[in-house]
Design a protein around this ligand. Structure first.
Ligand SMILES: [Zn+2]
Length: 358
């Protein structure tokens, strides 16, 4: 079977130099594992970190990829619910399932947690024609959801679902601000907030504002403008007037960080929540603490989520209420080009997929 393999790192981001399409032996299932033929896989930023060898030196030779969808072709003796022929998608959060965090329902806090396709290996990830995972790390794909859509959802849908549902405890009718609504997590964030019948204000770069509205956002604001927050505030006033409430935001969904952090805090209502899963513009954010203590603000961190949360998100995909955004599809031979596109992010909307045939 074919796989996209690298045997050395590329700290200079010259992926074409290290990525090769190679023939590897097909895996056999361990007793608790399923083996599946990968029909579609999706890129994530941890592929870049892996190839750079920073901040974690990943095992070499390495096969990347944390999102895969396909058909089960073999199962181990101890597998209970998955059968040969099932359509499955990966849940790449490999927790130990034994420690206190895991048995407390917080598999994302497991100190022995590894991300499949990033920290696993040698040669164990999504960019191979046949791969394997423990049964607990795959979910069945709803009938109406394609392999492409399932692969494009996995890590990103889980992250967004856990932020809004698991951490921020979203409730119907809230006013929700989705920062970076044109990104993978942002586009799911908009749809999840609408699933909860919330009023949604999304921010994005000018070229992605229309897509945010298409996904269901009630308002879309250009966050490159200096006074973007004033526009958000004005929209929140319109919403508040209609509802007979105080203006402001109930939940701010953030992954941008530094450049927009403090202004998000100024937009929050009393007792509101800011939930963060990343900081694409930088980590060194300024915080005016008055926004925290006077207003009783909840600042929540969030990373990945539980398998059960992913299954909830998949259920709503099956109902047509949440859709994956797919930017483009590349073949194994074009893997370097695909990763460079993700790195530059130019004109990107949705996930980049990798398939053996493209
Ligand atoms: Zn654990």
């Amino acid at each position: 079977m074919k796989a996209v393999v690298y045997e050395e790192y590329a700290p200079d981001d010259d992926y074409a130099r290290i990525l090769q399409v190679k023939d590897l032996d097909e895996p056999k299932p361990k007793s608790n594992e399923v083996v599946f033929e990968v029909k579609a896989a999706a890129l994530n930023y941890n592929d870049i970190w892996g190839m750079r060898g920073q901040p974690v030196a990943v095992p070499l030779p390495h096969v990347s990829g944390s999102d895969a969808a396909g058909d089960v072709i073999a199962v181990g003796d101890d597998v209970r619910d998955i059968q040969v022929g099932d359509r499955v998608v990966s849940h790449s959060n490999m927790a130990c399932r034994v420690c206190k965090a895991c048995t407390d329902g917080r598999e994302f806090d497991c100190t022995r947690r590894t991300i499949w396709g990033f920290q696993t290996g040698p040669t164990w990830g999504a960019y191979q024609e046949v791969t394997h995972l423990p049964e607990v790390n795959v979910s069945k794909i709803p009938e109406s959801v394609s392999y492409d859509e399932a692969a494009a959802s996995s890590m990103t849908l889980l992250t967004s679902w856990h932020m809004l549902v698991g951490r921020a405890k979203i409730t119907p009718g809230q006013t929700v601000l989705i920062m970076g609504g044109g990104s993978g997590v942002g586009s799911f964030g908009i749809q999840i907030a609408k699933l909860y019948n919330c009023d949604v204000i999304a921010t994005a770069s000018p070229d992605k504002l229309d897509k945010c509205i298409e996904l269901g956002a009630d308002y879309a604001v250009d966050h490159r403008k200096e006074d973007w927050h004033k526009e958000v505030w004005a929209h929140s006033k319109e919403i508040a007037k209609r509802k007979g409430e105080a203006p402001g935001i109930d939940i701010s969904f953030d992954h941008i960080g530094e450049t927009h952090w403090n202004k998000q805090l100024t937009l929050l209502k009393y007792g509101a929540t800011l939930v963060s899963c990343g900081a694409t513009t930088g980590y060194d954010a300024h915080t005016d603490l008055r926004h925290i203590f006077f207003k009783g603000t909840n600042i929540l961190g969030s990373t990945q989520g539980t398998k059960a949360e992913f299954d909830q998100g998949l259920y709503w995909m099956g109902q047509g209420k949440i859709k994956s955004q797919i930017d483009s599809i590349y073949s194994y031979e074009q893997a370097a080009e695909a990763h460079t596109k993700m790195l530059t992010g130019k004109g990107l909307f949705g996930k980049i997929l990798l398939k053996s045939q493209g």
